[in-house]
Design a protein. Structure first.
Length: 175
């Protein structure tokens, strides 16, 4: 955790009809000083979309040897590596070599589209890589230091509910 990080406490209730996963997670998450509220919320969304008992939110920004989230099996091998934003080829190659499966969640459609046009063909060689764009308009409005979020997932669409409002997030699979 970086000096000056802001700590958030989250009660994340997940009802994922697509995977038959129903659980409530108590999460403590640190927001790096350079991290936006939108990005912090996208980390929570990525957690909700892939939640499992062994899913861990890592250091986030500044963790060069770790993804944003990961799932390891009981022997310590990385089953799932999740990163956010626009990764460079070197980082993705490393992730695909270390993990059984890698997911990159992009957001901010304009910059993500430009990144994908530039690197998408190169990334096609990574057979264990999925790239998913999240349409997350207004997600940062739900962000507060203590959050109670209810996430409902059905047919790939995620609805997030809190006292501050509701947001619907759609996914677009790019690879």
């Amino acid at each position: 955790m970086a000096a000056g990080s802001t700590i958030y406490k989250v009660q994340l209730s997940i009802a994922d009809m697509d995977r038959n996963y129903y659980e409530t997670h108590e999460i403590t998450i640190a927001q790096h000083p350079s991290e936006t509220n939108e990005r912090l919320m996208i980390r929570l969304i990525a957690f909700a979309l892939n939640a499992i008992d062994r899913m861990v939110i890592t250091k986030g920004i500044g963790g060069d040897d770790e993804p944003e989230l990961w799932e390891k099996d009981y022997s310590g091998d990385v089953v799932l590596w999740i990163d956010l934003g626009q990764m460079d080829e070197k980082r993705l190659r490393k992730a695909c070599g270390r993990a059984e499966n890698v997911i990159v969640y992009t957001y901010n459609l304009k910059s993500a589209t430009a990144w994908w046009r530039q690197y998408g063909a190169t990334f096609a060689r990574f057979k264990n890589l999925r790239v998913i764009h999240l349409h997350t308009e207004d997600i940062e409005k739900l962000c507060e230091r203590s959050m109670r979020l209810q996430c409902n997932i059905s047919d790939g669409e995620l609805s997030v509910h809190s006292d501050r409002g509701d947001v619907t997030i759609t996914q677009e699979q790019w690879q």
